[in-house]
Design a protein around this ligand. Structure first.
Ligand code: GDP
Length: 467
């Protein structure tokens, strides 16, 4: 390396320093985390939020918006984090043949920057300021892994076995585990078969409506798929001598926590300022009481992450940083007539009660809303004899245009949640199961983003004070 290379390296480092100093002093960055379980609606939410922040015609409730002079996408600042594929997701939703994009499978990020005119007394005295919004998309399943951090392999495996006996798909894995001698010498094909069997069970449990299916990376492996740290499974208690299968499983479980879970919390989670947690409450209500109760417990577990006081290793990672605001958003509200939206928000609030109490405990401000990031329906009345049912109309994936009445949500959320603990009851009409509306073809006016329900209220809560 020559002197000029050295000098070059030095100037560049100083420049780099300069830009980070000026950025942190004059150009504030808001890091907005977007999470939720698989299919909760993260990808659609981010795509529509960004489109509606770029073209703000449909964002009247975002108070700062009158001061935004320009909004534009920038290369995202973290070189090693995949960029959120905004353009292709938007093309899927708003192109000539609109369809839903592929959902979130791993962490990704996008930077949106605003040029904002200062308001108030300083309005005339200061020039434009720039505010960066870094949106971080990550699977809620990964937050569930927080629960593993303080469990040993044995504790985790014992709990996994207790669930296996009561959940769909569990019997096959139990049989496989019982046929396997945990004290046999470690053998990769055997480990692989066990890990695959356990993953297959997690998928069946998930398909049957169970939400808590950790380890989170088994369902959504991200780029680490196939690595030893993801190739383990629970085995019954044994002596686990050196070199045995059981010993290796335990080692890999520890590697999973150390090499996968911890870095995720350190690199992504620890830096978030504002958080939106998307919850598909309607699908859980439709799937039945057990699924709703499971969702309630899972959300409580997920949100433990926002009360870091409980986990000392997490507190040390996060330091003094904390999430200031958390929005709980029930998604796909366009599946219901607007007369039901308040009930949906109340149910969401009640469902997350325990979880919210924990997050509130950490000093974060919280709110619950019923939203649709992309409105795929219009409202319609269905006449049935004397009565008129408040329904929604939309296009099914097979192209049929139908009006459906999904039934009525109870006024009192306690009614739903307490019967969720007791047993089977049908809350939403059978119509609900075919509510798989495709996005509607759009003809957007210039300046308008895609149609939504209360996305502007969500944005106001999450960002309004910072714009
Ligand atoms: P992710 O796995 O959390 O990223 O979920 P996606 O954003 O991919 O959404 C999962 C599915 O939920 C989509 O394919 C749509 O079928 C549906 N969905 C998401 N958002 C909306 C919405 O605002 N309205 C309607 N009607 N459906 C939605």
């Amino acid at each position: 390396m020559g002197i000029s290379d050295l000098a070059d390296g030095l100037t560049r480092r100083i420049e780099g320093l300069g830009s980070s100093v000026s950025e942190s002093l004059f150009e504030p960055v808001i890091r907005l985390g977007v999470t939720g379980l698989s299919r909760a609606g993260k990808t659609v939410f981010i795509t529509s939020l960004v489109a509606n922040l770029l073209d703000r015609g449909r964002m009247p409730a975002l108070t700062g918006q009158s001061r935004i002079r320009a909004a534009f996408l920038q290369p995202q600042p973290d070189d090693t984090v995949p960029r959120f594929a905004y353009e292709s997701h938007l093309a899927a939703l708003t192109g000539p043949d609109p369809h839903w994009p592929e959902g979130t499978g791993a962490v990704s990020q996008l930077r949106l920057s605003f040029r904002v005119q200062p308001g108030g007394l300083l309005a005339g005295m200061r020039g434009m300021r720039t505010v960066h919004l870094d949106i971080v998309d990550y699977p809620g399943e990964w937050l569930l892994d927080l629960g593993l951090m303080e469990k040993s392999y044995r504790q985790w495996a014992d709990e996994a076995f207790a669930r296996l006996s009561t959940r769909p798909g569990g019997a096959d894995y139990l049989a496989l585990a019982r046929q396997t001698d945990p004290d046999q010498r470690h053998d990769e094909p055997v480990a692989d078969r066990l890990a695959q069997g356990f993953t297959a069970y997690l998928h069946s449990a998930k398909d049957a409506g169970f939400s808590d299916c950790s380890p989170g990376r088994f369902l959504l492996p991200g780029e680490k798929a196939g690595s030893p740290a993801l190739t383990f499974a629970p085995l019954p208690p044994s002596a686990s001598p050196r070199g045995s299968l059981a010993r290796e499983m335990e080692r890999r479980y520890d590697a999973y926590k150390r090499e996968i879970v911890r870095p995720f919390f350190r690199d992504h989670f620890a830096r978030i300022d504002r958080q939106v947690v998307l919850v598909d409450v309607l699908s859980a209500i439709h799937a039945g009481p057990a699924a709703l109760e499971d969702l309630r417990q899972t959300m409580a577990d997920i949100l433990t992450a926002f009360r870091p006081g409980r986990a000392s290793w997490l507190t040390s990672l996060i330091g003094g940083h904390r999430v200031e605001r958390i929005l709980f958003a029930a998604t796909k509200a366009d599946h219901l007539h607007h007369s039901q939206h308040a009930r949906l928000a109340n149910i969401t609030q009640a469902l997350l009660r325990e979880a919210r109490d924990r997050a509130d405990f950490a000093g974060a401000e919280t709110q619950a809303l019923a939203i649709a990031a992309l409105r795929a329906t219009t409202e319609a009345d269905i006449s049935q004899g004397e009565t008129v049912l408040p329904a929604v109309r939309g296009r099914l994936p097979d192209g049929r245009n139908v009006a459906l009445y999904p039934g009525e949500l109870p006024d009192d959320p306690a009614q739903l949640l307490s019967s969720a603990r007791r047993g089977r009851e049908d809350w939403l009409a059978r119509d609900y199961s075919i509510m798989d509306f495709a996005p509607a073809p759009l003809a957007l006016r210039p300046g308008d983003g895609p149609p939504h329900i209360r996305l502007d209220r969500a944005a106001e809560f999450l960002l309004g004070d910072r714009l």
